[in-house]
Design a protein around this ligand. Structure first.
Ligand SMILES: Cc1ncc(COP(=O)(O)O)c(C=O)c1O
Length: 382
């Protein structure tokens, strides 16, 4: 059964590659993509993002380093894909009816994706989030129509953790108004999240590289992106594409993967938002065994890469994307020249600019010295 599925995935993937190759340049020499065309409502604009070749890092490593530009999604991040899939999943399971309410615990980007999807589909949205997140994200959620509850940042095991509060809120609403329905979309353990990347991001990467991808790497929050893309690329390539976890300080997954599933050591904390994990989520559970290794990336390397991507590539990226780019470079160095390595550019720097480009903030995190002299001109905020 599994092998029949893999065979049909490979057959479908070959057709997709042919379709991509058929996009010949027009009379002006421009390759116009047929992938999008006109789409039905906002949700039709989620996904089908370009793969951007990172010139300087590709030259430095002798590899082809490609970033999937997820910041081009309508909500501005990779999490639009998961948001769409968890809502579709709730609809398919009959848990949401017109006028119903979606409740989610999210550090920000899933909430923003959900806010767009819920508005476009006519649902109310309630968000619980740790009160450690940037004010920009909270404000944006509110102006997109969500009801937001920033709550104390406590561990998953604590009943007051933002996810359990979201779950209880949905249960309360469902009791009060069973007619419209209310659902806790549970992005961490609802595998509809991972499915978004098995069905869309993974196939897009395979088609865009015309099947010539040697390795993939990215960091994890829920694990949906890493697990879903890993699953698809392993299946379609018969296991030949390698996949690596990229982890920030303060997350347990690096120790877990590199010890073969024994250790769950946590040390330090990170400036990155939306990534780093204290447990193996249901989204990650199946694929974690199939990873080919893990990279632990320091905040010093991440912040330097935020500035390098801006200076060398013109890419204005958030810290999780920069961490992914550092990991892609390290994977390329590990594999050696002439390999293609893909990673994810999760979101832009817009929501974090007041931190990432502030002299005072960099000093408060002991990261001011991580910015090379030639890049200091980008520290434009006091
Ligand atoms: C900025 C950012 N990068 C990366 C991720 C991680 O994605 P995933 O939840 O699929 O592991 C998130 C998740 O919220 C995020 O907000």
């Amino acid at each position: 059964m599994a092998s029949a599925l893999r065979t049909s995935v490979r057959r479908f993937a070959t057709t997709a590659i042919r379709a991509a190759a058929a996009e010949t340049p027009n009379a002006y020499g421009v390759r116009v993509s047929k992938a999008q065309g006109s789409v039905d409502q906002l949700v039709g604009a989620i996904g089908n993002t370009p793969l951007i070749r990172l010139k300087t890092l590709s030259e430095e490593t002798g590899c082809n380093i490609l970033g999937k530009s997820e910041f081009q999604n309508p909500g501005g991040s990779v999490k639009d894909r998961a948001a769409l899939y968890v809502v579709k999943d709730a609809e398919e399971r009959g848990l949401l009816k017109p006028g119903g309410t979606v409740v989610e615990g999210t550090a920000g980007n899933t909430g923003i994706g959900l806010a767009h999807v819920c508005r476009s589909r006519g649902y109310r949205l309630v968000i619980y989030m740790p009160n450690t997140q940037s004010q920009g994200k909270v404000d944006l959620l509110r102006l997109l129509g969500a009801e937001v509850y920033p709550v104390a940042a406590v561990a998953w095991e604590n009943p007051e953790n933002y996810n359990w509060q979201a779950k209880r809120h949905a249960e309360r609403l469902l009791k009060e108004d069973p007619e419209h329905g209310a659902v806790w979309t549970n992005q961490f353990d609802n595998t509809a999240n991972r499915r978004a990347h098995i069905e869309t991001t993974g196939p897009e990467i395979w088609a865009q590289t015309e099947g010539k991808v040697d390795a993939f790497t990215c960091s994890t929050g829920t694990g949906g992106t890493l697990a879903g893309i890993t699953r698809y690329l392993k299946d379609v390539s018969n296991g030949s594409v390698k996949s690596f976890l990229a982890d920030p300080p303060g997350s347990v997954l690096y120790s877990y993967v590199s010890s073969g599933g024994e250790l769950k050591e946590r040390s330090g904390s990170s400036i990155t938002e939306g990534i780093g994990q204290g447990r193996v989520t249901d989204n990650l559970k199946q694929e974690v065994k199939e990873l080919d290794g893990a990279f632990s990336i320091s905040d010093e390397k991440t912040i330097e890469m935020v500035y390098r991507c801006l200076d060398e590539e013109g890419l204005y990226l958030g810290a999780s994307s920069a961490l992914n780019v550092v990991a892609a470079k390290e994977v390329a160095e590990k594999l050696g020249p002439n390999h293609t390595v893909v990673t994810v550019l999760c979101d832009g720097a817009y929501r974090y600019a007041d931190r990432l480009f502030s002299d005072k903030w960099l000093k408060s995190k002991n990261l001011r010295d991580a910015i090379p002299k030639r890049l200091e001109k980008y520290i434009v905020l006091p």
